[in-house]
Design a protein around this ligand. Sequence first.
Ligand code: G3P
Ligand code: CA
Length: 278
Amino acid sequence: MFPESSEPWSPLVFAHRGSSRRHAEHTLDAYLLAIEEGADGLECDVRLTRDGHLVCLHDSRIDRTSDGRGRVSTQTLAELDRFDFASWRTDVSESAPWRTDVSDEGLLSDRRGRVLTLDQLLGVATDAGRPMRVLIETKHPVRFGGAVESAVLQLLRRYGLDRPDPERPLQVTVMSFSANAVKRVHQLAPHLPTVMLIDVWSVPSRIGRLPPGSTIGGPGVQLLRAAPELVERLHRRGHPVYVWTVNEPDEVDLVAKLRVDGIISDRPAYVIERLREM
Ligand code: G3P
Ligand code: CA
């Protein structure tokens, strides 16, 4: 199953929570490896700590991904910093040896396995030595009344990243499953691209009409299996399409057939290799 058109097709490949099949998600190692593997960009979920720091974590609690317990939102950054966010991963599902292969040198080497802030991740992306994109997904925007989006925008503004600049090597996009969050980001930074994430249960899932303020459509690959026509519908309305989480051969083939614009994967190296073979 290969792209049917003869037009050149070269989607962006994003590392989902870093190269998270090979290293523990959202850790420095996972992101450094993704850069080394050639990913065009890094995906990251962000949450607010009790003292207002943005940390790269997916779950509302730290129980699954660390040796600690409790909610992210009730702990300070200093408290979260005591925990190990890497050693919970004992399986090595691909060829890379676990936590051994990245140089210990560098500014952030002491952060290995420890919680990463969004600020630090932006630093990692800036230091990549080549153009890099960061996709920031805000989590639980409703519960915290837009505080996560405000904090993200405040940070981006500090670095002048709240508007796209083609000359700058680092480009940032904010995404969410919440239409309100996307709208809020758009109000705070009208020029910043946004991704409206959509799943089988989302309102725009089949019709492809995205809420105001959305730049890019972000369907899950399972939704595209059920409704492949969505890509064309989004394209017709001028929205690029970034698909998550594309890990298996048939999933890469599907998004290739549909000629999506971005592929978000736990296995960026694998996706890049499979695309190269097409
Ligand atoms: O990239 C979008 C994807 O990450 C959304 O799902 O649960 O992995 O954040 P989740
Ligand atoms: Ca995510």
